[in-house]
Design a binder for this molecule. Structure first.
Ligand SMILES: Cc1cc2nc3c(=O)[nH]c(=O)nc-3n(C[C@H](O)[C@H](O)[C@H](O)COP(=O)(O)OP(=O)(O)OC[C@H]3O[C@@H](n4cnc5c(N)ncnc54)[C@H](O)[C@@H]3O)c2cc1C
Length: 368
């Protein structure tokens, strides 16, 4: 006889884990089925040379939502890490996001007034009704910032020329007239001192978990095991791609252990010229202020997504949005199956927003 549960959760990422925690708290029973060999989804880290290596891209927690911040702080404490990425273009280094430090390096401007005048003089030359991403970026920040810090990086990310990309991808490009290199504007920011894996383990306490199993291959069995199912995998795959496949951008990572203490002096350095094939290098130890003898770096390469590869970024164009709506309509009709998270909702979601959304679903499901 199969053991049965109140909820079978498909996937062990942040969305599932938060929902599971709330369900267990209400006395419900949960079973988690995960196709990967580990729990945690995108935020999973692996320890190499005593350094926590972010396996699916650098993850920095940031939020202005007090409820979410209080929620995560029940399980982990956060260090003082502030994301201050650098950009490297043809061997020269610039601070990000675009701020007074960046402008000083670019033009030697020392005051906000000087920097504003410089940007405005370049913006004046831009086309008034931008028709593509290139024109839009120049319209917003002028030629220099576009050429040095935006063009190559964006073209690598999307695998297309900025002239062929729609202008709506860049709606605004914040420029800061202060010497402030803090990338995020949120009230709270940091990396969990005990690591992201600890956060997931804490959230999933009390659940039965099975890894290395694809729910979709044993759907009937798992559906029998749960009164309800929470599905956090890809929505198009759930419906056997009946309307067609949603498109994603993927990434490939090249990780290397180096026999030195400090390779680049910063957690994140973006490479903004087209000729360098990767978009950034992550040096993981700097997320945790590590003092180990060795260091681990990861070069990040954008990749075309195809079935079987990790789907990272949804491609939010009209075609995909329409396709997603078709799937979402099917999902709404399901009585016993709940959908949530970045893959089931075909949405780029920061971690704090995923937590917020999982808590909202739990509230509706468990308390209303
Ligand atoms: C490159 C990158 C960098 C990011 N950086 C940040 C950042 O700095 N800060 C931030 O706040 N957010 C960041 N994010 C967003 C963050 O990763 C997400 O918010 C979060 O991890 C999403 O959690 P999830 O549970 O929705 O999805 P996931 O973490 O993807 O979890 C879904 C899980 O379901 C499993 N699964 C899928 N299908 C099946 C199946 N059929 N059977 C069994 N298991 C299945 C998957 O293996 C996976 O483990 C980043 C995202 C990316 C792509």
């Amino acid at each position: 006889m199969l053991k049965t549960y109140d909820y079978v959760l498909v996937g062990s990422g942040l969305f599932s884990a938060v929902f599971a925690h709330e369900a267990i708290k209400q006395g419900k029973t949960c079973f988690v089925v995960e196709k990967k060999s580990h729990i945690g989804g995108n935020i999973y880290c692996e320890e190499i040379e005593g350094i926590s290596v972010h396996q699916y891209g650098a993850h920095i927690f940031h939020t202005s939502n007090q409820k979410v911040w209080d929620f995560v702080n029940q399980f982990v404490k956060f260090n003082r890490f502030i994301n201050s990425p650098m950009a490297c273009y043809k061997g020269k280094y610039y601070n990000l996001p675009f701020n007074m430090n960046t402008f000083y390096t670019l033009w030697g401007t020392k005051t906000p007034q000087e920097a504003k005048e410089k940007i405005e003089s370049q913006r004046k030359k831009a086309k008034k009704e931008p028709k593509n991403l290139e024109e839009q970026a120049i319209y917003l920040v002028g030629q220099d910032i576009y050429e040095i810090l935006i063009k190559g990086y964006t073209e690598k990310q999307w695998g297309r020329s900025c002239k062929d990309l729609p202008s709506f991808i860049i709606k605004r490009l914040p420029v800061r007239y202060t010497f402030d290199n803090n990338y995020f504007e949120d009230t709270y920011q940091g990396i969990p001192t005990q690591g992201y894996n600890h956060l997931i383990q804490e959230l999933l306490k009390g659940c039965d978990i099975e890894c290395n199993v694809n729910y979709l291959e044993k759907r009937t069995t798992y559906n029998e095991m749960g009164k309800k199912i929470l599905y956090t995998g890809m929505i198009d795959e759930f419906y056997n791609y009946c309307f067609g496949a949603l498109e994603y951008r993927s990434l490939s990572f090249e990780t290397e252990v180096l026999d030195m203490q400090n390779f680049q002096g910063n957690a994140v350095i973006n490479y903004t010229e087209k000729e360098v094939p990767y978009t950034r290098i992550i040096e993981h130890k700097h997320f945790d202020f590590g003092k180990q003898d060795k260091t681990v770096i990861t070069r990040e390469y954008p990749a075309v997504w195809e079935k079987g590869l990790e789907p990272y970024y949804p491609i939010n164009n009209e075609k995909n949005q329409k396709l997603y709506q078709d799937y979402a309509r099917l999902a709404e009709q399901e009585k016993r199956i709940l959908f949530g998270g970045r893959l089931a909702e075909y949405k780029y979601y920061d971690m704090d927003k995923v937590i917020e959304s999982a808590l909202a679903l739990a509230q509706k499901e468990l308390h209303e």
